[in-house]
Design a protein around this ligand. Structure first.
Ligand code: 2NL
Length: 348
């Protein structure tokens, strides 16, 4: 019996050393340590042995079992380690650094932002500073300071969003600015000439939207105040601007217009770059496209900010940024700018 146990031990140990996968190891366990294994049978059969053999055989069988059990657990652990290593090896192999990465979707600047930057950069290169002001303004800066007193018919030119806030006299003196001129008043109040600023920003109008009107739009206004500033400076500066934005071959046309804060006031048009002046849909068959309003700053506006109009004169201008972008790209509906349709926005 003891000899048999020895044989079992060496046979089992031998076989175990040849095993290299978990499945084979499990088969081995069933064969040598399972219920039907020779070893288990031997232990069960102990009772049938004569008493003097029982002790020796029992001890030897238990010892064999313990040894095989330990071998089994060691083998299992080493197979497990090996499996992990193999797995790591596979992962390393699959790390192919030449594969293309996952593309990160990149956004870009909104067409309005792009045109604002381009307009401002053009004036900046001609010596203008770029400044921004608040969207919510006082009636004083938006209207009064610009020669548009309360109850003046000129107020009808701007459909206005008033802020609910009431002062102690029951007035509602705050509004969403209808142009960016209030910031130019603020600049003049705070600084002495020479002044050269452009003010980009959002403006608001209380009106029904259609293809050419939005309740919110962007303006760029500009202002130059100094000694000896004349209408010739206005024309030269805006002509240069038009050529830089719309092409060096552009011609410009100035005609009289009215704005309460300038005298005289003008509108500037460029010759139609789509048809070369022959007349087309873009220019409404006139050959000319109006791109902005301008004028010489009204002496009363200068006086209000304590500039002496006998010493200083200035020119000012204002344009709608969306309109400029629409002309540039041939966009036919201003509402496209702010309806967040990526099919539209991705084109710019
Ligand atoms: C337009 C016309 C204009 C101005 C804006 C201005 C500002 C000050 C004083 C005088 Cl502080 N004028 N701005 C002048 C003429 C025209 O804008 O059609 N904008 C879209």
């Amino acid at each position: 019996m003891l000899k048999e146990l020895d044989e079992i031990k060496s046979k089992a140990t031998n076989e175990l050393s040849g095993i290299s996968d978990i499945k084979a190891l499990e088969d081995w366990r069933v064969r040598y340590l399972g219920k039907k294994s020779a070893l288990t049978q031997a232990l069960r059969g102990l009772a049938a042995l004569p008493v003097e053999q029982r002790k020796g055989v029992g001890a030897s069988a238990n010892e064999t079992r313990a040894i095989l059990d330990r071998h089994y657990r060691e083998k299992k652990e080493s197979l497990k380690q090996k499996a992990y290593q193999d797995l790591e090896g596979m992962i390393t192999v699959e790390k192919d650094v030449t594969l293309p990465g996952h593309p990160i979707p990149l956004g870009h600047l909104h067409p309005t932002t792009q045109i604002l930057q381009e307009i401002c950069a053009t004036f900046a290169s001609m010596g203008f500073q770029v400044v921004e002001g608040p969207d919510v303004e006082w009636d004083y800066y938006n209207f009064e300071a610009l020669n548009i007193p309360r109850d003046h018919p000129a107020r009808d030119m701007w459909s206005t969003f008033w802020i609910d806030y009431q002062n102690e006299r029951g007035e509602r003196p705050m509004l969403l600015r209808t142009h960016t001129s209030p910031m130019q008043i603020r600049v003049m109040e705070k600084t002495r000439p020479p002044v050269r600023v452009v003010v980009p920003g959002k403006c608001y109008r209380y009106e029904a939207t259609d293809a050419t009107h939005e309740t919110m739009l962007h303006q760029v206004e500009g202002l130059a105040v100094d000694e000896n500033i004349t209408l010739a400076n206005l024309k030269g500066t805006l002509y240069e601007f038009a050529r830089r934005l719309f092409g060096a071959e552009r011609r410009v046309r100035f005609r009289c217009d009215y704005f309460p804060f300038v005298e005289p006031g003008v509108e500037m048009a460029i010759d139609c770059f789509a048809c070369g002046g022959a007349g087309c849909r873009l220019c409404g068959n006139t050959g000319w496209i109006e791109i902005m309003g301008a004028g010489m700053v009204h002496p009363d506006v200068l006086r209000r900010v304590d500039y002496d109009p006998d010493v200083y004169t200035g020119f000012a201008f204002g344009m709608g940024a969306e309109r400029i972008a629409m002309l540039r790209h041939g966009i036919e509906d201003i509402r496209l700018f702010y309806s967040n349709d990526l099919r539209f926005l991705r084109q710019f």
